[in-house]
Design a protein around this ligand. Structure first.
Ligand SMILES: CC(C)(COP(=O)(O)OP(=O)(O)OC[C@H]1O[C@@H](n2cnc3c(N)ncnc32)[C@H](O)[C@@H]1OP(=O)(O)O)[C@@H](O)C(=O)NCCC(=O)NCCS
Length: 169
């Protein structure tokens, strides 16, 4: 299954993506905006394990290709408890691919897929306070800013405000 728009193509991560994934991910400027679970440094083995988990668990993650070049990852994380299903958008691009409108198009594609094809009623996204680029991506992709929560996020033990966004079907 592939999602495409213009020169952007998304497909499920495959073992052959591992080297390009590790190379793009092994960058502190990428890791600083993501949760602490994102490895930094990011090794080839981390990429292999991540891709295998995506395959084994059929996760809703996609490798992003721009003009057929691997440039990053995007996906929906679904968490469920007794009374709530939470669907969260996440994405990152290798630094060489920033500033070309790629994330905005990828977020639009996966949001539409999640809402229309998978039937989710709402997708949320959470951004650390110091990441205006990601906030702008979400706004351009049709997400609504819902407010911020004081110091509910943290990076390497330092608390940060989190900015909450959502899009609904
Ligand atoms: C944040 C990130 C996804 C943006 O991706 P991108 O493809 O460069 O974004 P786009 O080119 O689609 O840009 C969308 C808008 O954001 C703006 N933008 C991008 N980076 C920005 C920055 N650092 N500061 C302010 N605005 C920024 C762009 O100017 C554009 O707005 P405009 O059309 O009004 O000019 C990318 O920088 C990245 O992967 N960073 C590291 C990981 C990360 O932050 N992931 C998101 C975690 S919530």
């Amino acid at each position: 299954m592939e999602l495409t728009i213009d020169n952007i193509r998304l497909r499920k991560p495959q073992p052959e993506d591992a080297a390009a994934l590790a190379k793009a991910a092994n960058n502190k400027k990428v890791a600083r905006n993501l949760r602490d679970g994102f490895p930094s440094p990011y090794k080839l083995q981390d990429a292999k394990e991540f891709i295998q988990k995506c395959i084994d668990e059929n996760l809703t993650n996609f490798s992003i290709f721009h003009n057929d070049v691997f440039c990053g990852l995007i996906g929906l994380t679904i968490t469920q408890d007794a009374c709530l299903t939470r669907v969260e958008m996440g994405y990152w691009l290798g630094e060489a691919h920033w500033g070309k409108g790629i994330a905005t198009k990828a977020v639009r594609l996966v949001s539409e897929y999640g809402l229309k094809q998978l039937g989710h009623e709402k997708i949320v996204a959470v951004v650390l306070e110091y990441n205006p680029g990601s906030m702008r991506v979400l706004e351009k992709a049709g997400y609504t800013f819902k407010g911020y929560t004081k110091e509910t996020g943290s990076k390497h033990g330092v608390p940060h405000d989190e900015y909450h966004y959502e899009i609904t079907s």
